[in-house]
Design a protein around this ligand. Structure first.
Ligand SMILES: Nc1ncnc2c1ncn2[C@@H]1O[C@H](COP(=O)(O)OP(=O)(O)OP(=O)(O)O)[C@@H](O)[C@H]1O
Ligand SMILES: [Mg+2]
Length: 470
Protein backbone atom coordinates (compact mmCIF):
# COMPACT_ATOMS: atom_id res chain seq x y z
CA UNK A 1 0.00 0.00 0.00
CA UNK A 2 1.49 3.37 -0.93
CA UNK A 3 2.80 5.48 1.92
CA UNK A 4 0.45 8.29 1.00
CA UNK A 5 -2.62 6.07 1.40
CA UNK A 6 -1.28 4.63 4.62
CA UNK A 7 -0.53 8.05 6.11
CA UNK A 8 -3.98 9.31 5.17
CA UNK A 9 -5.68 6.21 6.58
CA UNK A 10 -3.78 6.42 9.84
CA UNK A 11 -4.54 10.04 10.16
CA UNK A 12 -8.21 9.49 9.24
CA UNK A 13 -8.71 6.66 11.73
CA UNK A 14 -7.10 8.63 14.54
CA UNK A 15 -9.25 11.63 13.75
CA UNK A 16 -12.45 9.54 13.47
CA UNK A 17 -11.74 7.94 16.83
CA UNK A 18 -11.16 11.32 18.46
CA UNK A 19 -14.31 12.76 16.89
CA UNK A 20 -16.48 9.84 17.97
CA UNK A 21 -15.20 9.82 21.54
CA UNK A 22 -15.58 13.58 21.71
CA UNK A 23 -19.15 13.41 20.34
CA UNK A 24 -20.24 10.65 22.70
CA UNK A 25 -18.94 12.59 25.68
CA UNK A 26 -20.49 15.80 24.44
CA UNK A 27 -23.84 14.07 23.85
CA UNK A 28 -23.83 12.50 27.31
CA UNK A 29 -22.99 15.79 29.01
CA UNK A 30 -25.68 17.64 27.07
CA UNK A 31 -28.34 15.02 27.83
CA UNK A 32 -27.36 15.05 31.46
CA UNK A 33 -27.43 18.82 31.83
CA UNK A 34 -30.76 19.12 29.99
CA UNK A 35 -32.31 16.58 32.38
CA UNK A 36 -30.76 18.41 35.34
CA UNK A 37 -32.39 21.64 34.16
CA UNK A 38 -35.76 19.91 33.93
CA UNK A 39 -35.27 18.40 37.39
CA UNK A 40 -34.36 21.78 38.87
CA UNK A 41 -37.44 23.41 37.43
CA UNK A 42 -39.63 20.50 38.66
CA UNK A 43 -38.14 20.82 42.12
CA UNK A 44 -38.72 24.56 42.16
CA UNK A 45 -42.37 24.16 41.21
CA UNK A 46 -42.89 21.42 43.78
CA UNK A 47 -41.36 23.58 46.49
CA UNK A 48 -43.62 26.49 45.62
CA UNK A 49 -46.58 24.14 45.89
CA UNK A 50 -45.42 22.83 49.25
CA UNK A 51 -44.85 26.35 50.58
CA UNK A 52 -48.32 27.45 49.50
CA UNK A 53 -49.86 24.42 51.17
CA UNK A 54 -47.97 25.21 54.35
CA UNK A 55 -49.22 28.80 54.16
CA UNK A 56 -52.75 27.46 54.03
CA UNK A 57 -52.19 25.39 57.13
CA UNK A 58 -52.26 22.15 55.12
CA UNK A 59 -55.97 22.41 54.45
CA UNK A 60 -56.89 20.15 51.61
CA UNK A 61 -57.61 22.00 48.43
CA UNK A 62 -61.09 21.52 47.12
CA UNK A 63 -61.55 22.65 43.58
CA UNK A 64 -59.49 23.40 40.56
CA UNK A 65 -60.42 27.08 40.40
CA UNK A 66 -58.93 27.59 43.78
CA UNK A 67 -56.00 25.40 43.01
CA UNK A 68 -55.12 27.38 39.94
CA UNK A 69 -55.48 30.70 41.66
CA UNK A 70 -53.18 29.40 44.39
CA UNK A 71 -50.60 28.04 41.97
CA UNK A 72 -50.57 30.19 38.87
CA UNK A 73 -47.47 28.38 37.59
CA UNK A 74 -49.59 25.28 37.14
CA UNK A 75 -51.31 26.91 34.23
CA UNK A 76 -48.10 26.54 32.34
CA UNK A 77 -48.99 23.69 30.08
CA UNK A 78 -45.63 21.98 30.27
CA UNK A 79 -46.14 20.88 33.89
CA UNK A 80 -48.87 18.96 35.63
CA UNK A 81 -49.56 18.51 39.24
CA UNK A 82 -51.13 15.91 41.59
CA UNK A 83 -51.57 15.64 45.34
CA UNK A 84 -51.75 12.19 46.89
CA UNK A 85 -52.79 11.10 50.35
CA UNK A 86 -50.35 8.93 52.27
CA UNK A 87 -52.38 5.92 51.11
CA UNK A 88 -51.56 6.81 47.49
CA UNK A 89 -54.98 8.01 46.37
CA UNK A 90 -55.30 11.20 44.45
CA UNK A 91 -57.00 14.09 46.22
CA UNK A 92 -56.50 16.60 43.50
CA UNK A 93 -54.82 16.94 40.13
CA UNK A 94 -54.19 19.72 37.66
CA UNK A 95 -56.41 19.74 34.59
CA UNK A 96 -53.68 19.21 32.00
CA UNK A 97 -53.05 15.66 33.15
CA UNK A 98 -56.52 14.31 32.45
CA UNK A 99 -55.65 12.27 29.36
CA UNK A 100 -54.35 9.38 31.38
CA UNK A 101 -53.57 8.26 34.87
CA UNK A 102 -50.17 8.80 36.36
CA UNK A 103 -50.21 6.71 39.54
CA UNK A 104 -47.76 7.17 42.38
CA UNK A 105 -45.01 4.57 42.16
CA UNK A 106 -44.12 2.32 45.05
CA UNK A 107 -40.62 3.63 45.36
CA UNK A 108 -41.88 7.20 45.48
CA UNK A 109 -44.41 6.30 48.17
CA UNK A 110 -41.86 4.45 50.27
CA UNK A 111 -39.38 7.31 49.99
CA UNK A 112 -42.10 9.77 50.99
CA UNK A 113 -42.60 8.02 54.32
CA UNK A 114 -38.96 8.62 55.14
CA UNK A 115 -39.40 12.28 54.14
CA UNK A 116 -37.40 12.09 50.90
CA UNK A 117 -38.23 13.51 47.47
CA UNK A 118 -38.02 11.19 44.47
CA UNK A 119 -37.20 11.89 40.83
CA UNK A 120 -38.54 9.37 38.32
CA UNK A 121 -38.99 8.90 34.63
CA UNK A 122 -42.15 7.33 33.29
CA UNK A 123 -42.89 6.09 29.80
CA UNK A 124 -46.29 5.60 28.17
CA UNK A 125 -46.69 4.05 24.78
CA UNK A 126 -46.76 6.47 21.84
CA UNK A 127 -45.93 9.41 24.03
CA UNK A 128 -42.75 11.25 24.97
CA UNK A 129 -41.38 10.17 28.36
CA UNK A 130 -42.41 12.00 31.54
CA UNK A 131 -40.18 13.28 34.31
CA UNK A 132 -41.70 13.33 37.77
CA UNK A 133 -40.83 14.62 41.21
CA UNK A 134 -42.68 13.43 44.30
CA UNK A 135 -42.27 15.59 47.41
CA UNK A 136 -43.67 14.56 50.80
CA UNK A 137 -45.32 17.13 53.06
CA UNK A 138 -44.62 16.30 56.68
CA UNK A 139 -46.23 17.76 59.69
CA UNK A 140 -44.81 16.91 63.12
CA UNK A 141 -43.18 13.78 61.74
CA UNK A 142 -46.33 12.58 59.97
CA UNK A 143 -46.85 12.32 56.27
CA UNK A 144 -49.78 14.55 55.28
CA UNK A 145 -49.66 14.65 51.49
CA UNK A 146 -47.44 13.82 48.63
CA UNK A 147 -47.12 16.52 45.99
CA UNK A 148 -46.13 15.26 42.57
CA UNK A 149 -45.09 17.56 39.72
CA UNK A 150 -44.39 16.18 36.26
CA UNK A 151 -43.42 17.39 32.87
CA UNK A 152 -43.01 15.94 29.42
CA UNK A 153 -39.48 15.35 28.21
CA UNK A 154 -40.57 15.98 24.64
CA UNK A 155 -38.62 19.18 24.07
CA UNK A 156 -35.52 17.72 25.69
CA UNK A 157 -35.84 14.66 23.46
CA UNK A 158 -36.24 16.85 20.43
CA UNK A 159 -33.21 18.95 21.31
CA UNK A 160 -31.12 15.84 21.83
CA UNK A 161 -32.38 14.36 18.61
CA UNK A 162 -31.47 17.51 16.67
CA UNK A 163 -28.07 17.48 18.30
CA UNK A 164 -27.56 13.84 17.33
CA UNK A 165 -28.56 14.55 13.74
CA UNK A 166 -26.14 17.44 13.69
CA UNK A 167 -23.32 15.23 14.94
CA UNK A 168 -24.13 12.45 12.50
CA UNK A 169 -24.01 14.90 9.62
CA UNK A 170 -21.09 17.02 10.84
CA UNK A 171 -18.69 14.22 11.78
CA UNK A 172 -18.51 12.62 8.33
CA UNK A 173 -18.18 16.04 6.71
CA UNK A 174 -15.38 17.07 9.09
CA UNK A 175 -13.74 13.70 8.54
CA UNK A 176 -14.01 13.95 4.77
CA UNK A 177 -12.61 17.48 4.71
CA UNK A 178 -9.65 16.59 6.88
CA UNK A 179 -9.01 13.35 4.98
CA UNK A 180 -8.87 15.36 1.79
CA UNK A 181 -6.53 17.81 3.53
CA UNK A 182 -4.40 14.96 4.84
CA UNK A 183 -4.28 13.33 1.40
CA UNK A 184 -3.18 16.61 -0.14
CA UNK A 185 -0.54 17.30 2.54
CA UNK A 186 0.83 13.75 2.43
CA UNK A 187 1.07 14.03 -1.35
CA UNK A 188 2.89 17.33 -1.07
CA UNK A 189 5.29 16.04 1.55
CA UNK A 190 6.01 12.87 -0.44
CA UNK A 191 6.37 14.47 -3.87
CA UNK A 192 10.15 14.93 -3.48
CA UNK A 193 10.39 11.24 -2.59
CA UNK A 194 8.76 10.40 -5.92
CA UNK A 195 11.28 12.61 -7.65
CA UNK A 196 14.10 10.84 -5.87
CA UNK A 197 12.65 7.49 -6.93
CA UNK A 198 12.43 8.59 -10.56
CA UNK A 199 15.99 9.87 -10.50
CA UNK A 200 17.15 6.65 -8.85
CA UNK A 201 15.43 4.68 -11.62
CA UNK A 202 17.19 6.72 -14.28
CA UNK A 203 20.46 6.21 -12.45
CA UNK A 204 19.81 2.50 -12.11
CA UNK A 205 19.32 2.47 -15.87
CA UNK A 206 22.96 3.57 -16.14
CA UNK A 207 22.87 7.35 -16.23
CA UNK A 208 25.19 8.27 -13.39
CA UNK A 209 25.33 11.91 -14.44
CA UNK A 210 21.81 12.39 -13.04
CA UNK A 211 21.48 14.55 -9.94
CA UNK A 212 18.44 15.44 -7.88
CA UNK A 213 17.30 19.02 -7.94
CA UNK A 214 17.69 20.06 -4.35
CA UNK A 215 14.66 21.36 -2.48
CA UNK A 216 15.51 24.73 -0.95
CA UNK A 217 14.46 23.68 2.57
CA UNK A 218 17.08 22.04 4.74
CA UNK A 219 14.62 19.46 6.02
CA UNK A 220 14.66 15.65 6.04
CA UNK A 221 13.98 15.47 2.31
CA UNK A 222 16.65 18.08 1.62
CA UNK A 223 19.16 16.04 3.58
CA UNK A 224 18.08 12.87 1.81
CA UNK A 225 18.54 14.51 -1.58
CA UNK A 226 21.96 15.87 -0.57
CA UNK A 227 23.08 12.47 0.70
CA UNK A 228 21.74 10.83 -2.43
CA UNK A 229 23.55 13.28 -4.72
CA UNK A 230 26.70 12.83 -2.73
CA UNK A 231 26.46 9.06 -3.04
CA UNK A 232 25.81 9.19 -6.78
CA UNK A 233 28.73 11.58 -7.15
CA UNK A 234 31.04 9.13 -5.47
CA UNK A 235 29.62 6.20 -7.43
CA UNK A 236 30.08 8.16 -10.63
CA UNK A 237 33.70 8.90 -9.79
CA UNK A 238 34.52 5.37 -8.82
CA UNK A 239 32.78 3.90 -11.87
CA UNK A 240 34.73 6.29 -14.04
CA UNK A 241 37.91 5.26 -12.26
CA UNK A 242 37.14 1.59 -12.67
CA UNK A 243 36.43 2.05 -16.38
CA UNK A 244 39.57 4.10 -16.80
CA UNK A 245 41.53 1.56 -14.80
CA UNK A 246 40.29 -1.38 -16.83
CA UNK A 247 41.07 0.28 -20.11
CA UNK A 248 44.47 1.40 -18.86
CA UNK A 249 45.26 -2.05 -17.53
CA UNK A 250 44.28 -3.76 -20.77
CA UNK A 251 46.22 -1.19 -22.72
CA UNK A 252 49.33 -1.73 -20.59
CA UNK A 253 49.11 -5.47 -21.03
CA UNK A 254 48.33 -5.21 -24.72
CA UNK A 255 51.52 -3.40 -25.64
CA UNK A 256 53.90 -6.17 -24.56
CA UNK A 257 51.56 -8.77 -26.05
CA UNK A 258 51.54 -6.96 -29.41
CA UNK A 259 55.32 -6.73 -29.35
CA UNK A 260 55.65 -10.44 -28.57
CA UNK A 261 53.14 -11.45 -31.19
CA UNK A 262 54.75 -9.28 -33.87
CA UNK A 263 58.21 -10.59 -33.20
CA UNK A 264 57.08 -14.21 -32.97
CA UNK A 265 55.05 -13.98 -36.20
CA UNK A 266 57.98 -12.52 -38.01
CA UNK A 267 60.49 -15.09 -36.86
CA UNK A 268 58.20 -18.03 -37.70
CA UNK A 269 57.63 -16.90 -41.28
CA UNK A 270 60.67 -18.84 -42.53
CA UNK A 271 63.50 -20.91 -41.05
CA UNK A 272 66.18 -18.79 -39.44
CA UNK A 273 69.55 -19.26 -37.72
CA UNK A 274 69.33 -20.29 -34.11
CA UNK A 275 70.69 -16.91 -32.86
CA UNK A 276 67.65 -15.11 -34.27
CA UNK A 277 65.30 -17.35 -32.28
CA UNK A 278 67.38 -16.72 -29.21
CA UNK A 279 67.14 -12.95 -29.67
CA UNK A 280 63.37 -13.10 -30.04
CA UNK A 281 62.95 -15.37 -27.07
CA UNK A 282 65.09 -13.05 -24.95
CA UNK A 283 63.04 -10.09 -26.02
CA UNK A 284 59.86 -12.03 -25.25
CA UNK A 285 61.20 -12.89 -21.83
CA UNK A 286 61.67 -9.19 -21.18
CA UNK A 287 58.09 -8.49 -22.11
CA UNK A 288 56.92 -11.42 -20.00
CA UNK A 289 58.84 -9.97 -17.06
CA UNK A 290 57.19 -6.63 -17.64
CA UNK A 291 53.75 -8.17 -17.75
CA UNK A 292 54.47 -10.24 -14.68
CA UNK A 293 55.42 -7.07 -12.82
CA UNK A 294 52.26 -5.31 -13.91
CA UNK A 295 50.10 -8.25 -12.93
CA UNK A 296 51.89 -8.58 -9.60
CA UNK A 297 51.46 -4.90 -8.81
CA UNK A 298 47.81 -4.96 -9.86
CA UNK A 299 47.22 -7.98 -7.75
CA UNK A 300 48.91 -6.28 -4.82
CA UNK A 301 46.86 -3.11 -5.24
CA UNK A 302 43.58 -4.95 -5.57
CA UNK A 303 44.35 -7.04 -2.50
CA UNK A 304 45.30 -3.83 -0.72
CA UNK A 305 41.95 -2.33 -1.76
CA UNK A 306 40.18 -5.28 -0.23
CA UNK A 307 42.24 -4.96 2.95
CA UNK A 308 43.85 -8.36 2.46
CA UNK A 309 47.47 -7.22 2.70
CA UNK A 310 49.02 -7.89 6.08
CA UNK A 311 51.20 -5.12 7.49
CA UNK A 312 53.31 -5.01 10.62
CA UNK A 313 53.11 -2.22 13.16
CA UNK A 314 56.54 -2.05 14.77
CA UNK A 315 58.96 0.79 15.49
CA UNK A 316 61.09 1.43 12.40
CA UNK A 317 64.30 3.44 12.49
CA UNK A 318 63.97 5.46 9.33
CA UNK A 319 67.58 6.65 9.22
CA UNK A 320 68.84 3.05 8.99
CA UNK A 321 66.34 2.34 6.25
CA UNK A 322 67.43 5.45 4.34
CA UNK A 323 71.06 4.37 4.52
CA UNK A 324 70.20 0.92 3.14
CA UNK A 325 68.24 2.33 0.25
CA UNK A 326 70.98 4.86 -0.38
CA UNK A 327 73.51 2.08 -0.73
CA UNK A 328 71.28 0.19 -3.15
CA UNK A 329 70.56 3.31 -5.17
CA UNK A 330 74.22 4.28 -5.40
CA UNK A 331 74.94 0.98 -7.08
CA UNK A 332 72.10 1.44 -9.56
CA UNK A 333 73.15 5.03 -10.12
CA UNK A 334 76.61 3.98 -11.24
CA UNK A 335 75.23 2.40 -14.42
CA UNK A 336 73.06 5.38 -15.24
CA UNK A 337 75.59 8.03 -14.28
CA UNK A 338 73.40 9.42 -11.52
CA UNK A 339 74.74 10.44 -8.16
CA UNK A 340 72.64 9.66 -5.08
CA UNK A 341 73.64 11.73 -2.03
CA UNK A 342 72.42 12.01 1.54
CA UNK A 343 71.41 15.41 2.90
CA UNK A 344 70.55 16.07 6.53
CA UNK A 345 69.63 12.79 8.21
CA UNK A 346 68.09 12.91 11.68
CA UNK A 347 67.42 9.79 13.72
CA UNK A 348 63.67 9.19 13.49
CA UNK A 349 61.52 6.31 14.60
CA UNK A 350 58.08 5.73 13.13
CA UNK A 351 55.53 3.02 13.75
CA UNK A 352 54.92 0.70 10.83
CA UNK A 353 56.07 -1.99 8.46
CA UNK A 354 59.77 -1.94 7.61
CA UNK A 355 59.35 -3.76 4.28
CA UNK A 356 56.54 -1.52 3.04
CA UNK A 357 58.37 1.65 4.04
CA UNK A 358 61.47 0.40 2.25
CA UNK A 359 59.36 -0.24 -0.86
CA UNK A 360 57.90 3.25 -0.61
CA UNK A 361 61.30 4.88 -0.39
CA UNK A 362 62.79 2.70 -3.11
CA UNK A 363 59.94 3.54 -5.48
CA UNK A 364 60.47 7.26 -4.96
CA UNK A 365 64.25 7.01 -5.34
CA UNK A 366 63.81 4.90 -8.47
CA UNK A 367 61.49 7.51 -9.94
CA UNK A 368 63.90 10.29 -9.08
CA UNK A 369 66.69 8.43 -10.83
CA UNK A 370 64.52 7.37 -13.75
CA UNK A 371 63.30 10.90 -14.45
CA UNK A 372 66.68 12.56 -13.94
CA UNK A 373 68.95 13.55 -16.82
CA UNK A 374 72.27 11.67 -17.18
CA UNK A 375 74.83 13.12 -14.80
CA UNK A 376 72.06 14.30 -12.48
CA UNK A 377 71.98 14.27 -8.72
CA UNK A 378 69.37 12.82 -6.36
CA UNK A 379 69.32 13.88 -2.73
CA UNK A 380 67.68 12.07 0.17
CA UNK A 381 67.10 13.85 3.48
CA UNK A 382 65.28 12.93 6.67
CA UNK A 383 64.04 15.58 9.12
CA UNK A 384 62.03 15.59 12.30
CA UNK A 385 59.52 18.42 12.40
CA UNK A 386 57.20 18.66 15.35
CA UNK A 387 55.43 15.33 15.63
CA UNK A 388 56.26 14.34 12.05
CA UNK A 389 59.04 12.72 10.13
CA UNK A 390 59.74 14.30 6.73
CA UNK A 391 61.58 12.10 4.26
CA UNK A 392 62.39 14.00 1.06
CA UNK A 393 63.78 12.82 -2.28
CA UNK A 394 64.87 15.63 -4.57
CA UNK A 395 65.93 15.37 -8.20
CA UNK A 396 66.75 17.85 -10.95
CA UNK A 397 65.10 15.94 -13.74
CA UNK A 398 62.15 16.43 -16.07
CA UNK A 399 59.71 17.67 -13.41
CA UNK A 400 55.91 17.48 -13.34
CA UNK A 401 53.43 20.18 -14.40
CA UNK A 402 51.34 21.35 -11.38
CA UNK A 403 48.16 20.19 -13.13
CA UNK A 404 49.43 16.60 -12.95
CA UNK A 405 50.48 16.64 -9.29
CA UNK A 406 47.30 14.81 -8.21
CA UNK A 407 47.03 12.54 -11.23
CA UNK A 408 50.45 10.96 -10.90
CA UNK A 409 49.10 9.02 -7.91
CA UNK A 410 46.37 7.45 -10.05
CA UNK A 411 46.98 3.97 -11.31
CA UNK A 412 48.62 3.81 -14.74
CA UNK A 413 48.93 7.56 -15.07
CA UNK A 414 52.21 8.66 -16.68
CA UNK A 415 52.90 12.15 -17.95
CA UNK A 416 53.66 12.59 -21.62
CA UNK A 417 57.05 13.99 -20.72
CA UNK A 418 57.78 10.88 -18.68
CA UNK A 419 56.68 8.62 -21.55
CA UNK A 420 58.97 10.52 -23.91
CA UNK A 421 61.80 10.34 -21.41
CA UNK A 422 61.65 6.61 -20.77
CA UNK A 423 59.62 3.69 -21.99
CA UNK A 424 60.06 1.79 -18.77
CA UNK A 425 57.32 2.16 -16.21
CA UNK A 426 53.66 1.31 -15.82
CA UNK A 427 52.45 4.16 -13.66
CA UNK A 428 51.65 1.96 -10.68
CA UNK A 429 54.61 2.88 -8.44
CA UNK A 430 53.16 6.05 -6.94
CA UNK A 431 49.73 4.45 -6.44
CA UNK A 432 51.46 1.87 -4.27
CA UNK A 433 53.46 4.61 -2.51
CA UNK A 434 50.39 6.58 -1.57
CA UNK A 435 48.68 3.42 -0.36
CA UNK A 436 51.64 2.63 1.91
CA UNK A 437 51.74 6.23 3.22
CA UNK A 438 47.99 6.10 3.93
CA UNK A 439 48.44 2.90 5.82
CA UNK A 440 50.98 4.63 8.09
CA UNK A 441 48.60 7.58 8.58
CA UNK A 442 50.94 9.70 6.53
CA UNK A 443 50.96 11.29 3.07
CA UNK A 444 53.16 11.96 0.06
CA UNK A 445 53.65 15.59 -0.92
CA UNK A 446 54.92 16.75 -4.31
CA UNK A 447 56.77 19.93 -5.16
CA UNK A 448 57.66 20.14 -8.80
CA UNK A 449 57.50 22.10 -12.01
CA UNK A 450 58.15 21.10 -15.61
CA UNK A 451 61.86 20.97 -16.31
CA UNK A 452 62.68 22.12 -12.80
CA UNK A 453 63.10 18.77 -11.07
CA UNK A 454 60.91 17.42 -8.28
CA UNK A 455 60.81 16.90 -4.55
CA UNK A 456 58.69 14.09 -3.17
CA UNK A 457 58.23 14.25 0.61
CA UNK A 458 56.85 11.41 2.68
CA UNK A 459 55.30 12.77 5.87
CA UNK A 460 54.81 10.19 8.62
CA UNK A 461 53.72 10.55 12.23
CA UNK A 462 56.39 9.70 14.79
CA UNK A 463 56.09 6.49 16.78
CA UNK A 464 54.16 7.02 20.05
CA UNK A 465 57.21 5.88 22.01
CA UNK A 466 59.13 8.87 20.72
CA UNK A 467 56.18 11.18 21.29
CA UNK A 468 56.21 10.49 25.00
CA UNK A 469 59.91 11.20 25.16
CA UNK A 470 59.54 14.63 23.54
N1 LIG B 1 60.72 12.22 -9.87
C1 LIG B 1 59.86 12.40 -10.87
N2 LIG B 1 60.11 13.34 -11.80
C2 LIG B 1 59.23 13.54 -12.80
N3 LIG B 1 58.08 12.85 -12.98
C3 LIG B 1 57.78 11.92 -12.06
C4 LIG B 1 58.64 11.64 -10.97
N4 LIG B 1 58.10 10.66 -10.23
C5 LIG B 1 56.93 10.35 -10.84
N5 LIG B 1 56.74 11.08 -11.94
C6 LIG B 1 55.58 11.05 -12.84
O1 LIG B 1 54.55 10.34 -12.21
C7 LIG B 1 54.19 9.21 -13.03
C8 LIG B 1 53.75 8.08 -12.16
O2 LIG B 1 54.85 7.57 -11.44
P1 LIG B 1 54.84 6.08 -11.01
O3 LIG B 1 56.03 5.79 -10.18
O4 LIG B 1 53.53 5.78 -10.45
O5 LIG B 1 54.93 5.33 -12.40
P2 LIG B 1 56.17 5.03 -13.28
O6 LIG B 1 57.43 5.39 -12.57
O7 LIG B 1 55.93 5.65 -14.58
O8 LIG B 1 56.05 3.49 -13.44
P3 LIG B 1 56.37 2.36 -12.33
O9 LIG B 1 55.08 1.69 -12.11
O10 LIG B 1 57.36 1.47 -12.99
O11 LIG B 1 56.90 3.06 -11.15
C9 LIG B 1 55.38 8.95 -13.84
O12 LIG B 1 55.06 8.27 -15.02
C10 LIG B 1 55.90 10.32 -14.13
O13 LIG B 1 55.13 10.93 -15.16
MG1 LIG C 1 57.85 4.66 -10.59
Amino acid sequence: MPLRVRLTLWYGSALALVLIIFSVILYAITARSLRDTVDESLEETAMTAVRSLEARGFLPLIDEEELLSQFPELTRIDKFFQIFTPSGTITIRSPNIKQHEVPLSRTALEASFTGQSTFESAKYPKEPPLRLISVPIMYRGNLLYIVQVGTSMESVGETLHRFLVLLVIAIPIALAVSLAGGWFLAGRALRPVDKITLAAQRIAAGDLSQRLSMPPAHDEIGRLAATFNNMIGRLDTSFRQIRQFTSDASHELRTPLTVMKGETDLILRRPRPIEDYKTVLESNLEEIDRMTRIVDELLFLSRADMGEVKVESLPVALEALVEDVHRQATLLGHDRDIEVVLGTIMPVIVQGDDLRLRELLLNLVENAMKYSHPGGKVEISLLKEGQEARLSITDHGIGIAPADHKKIFHRFFRTDVARAHTKKGTGLGLAICSWIADLHKGRVEVKSDLGQGSTFTVVLPLAPLQLSKV
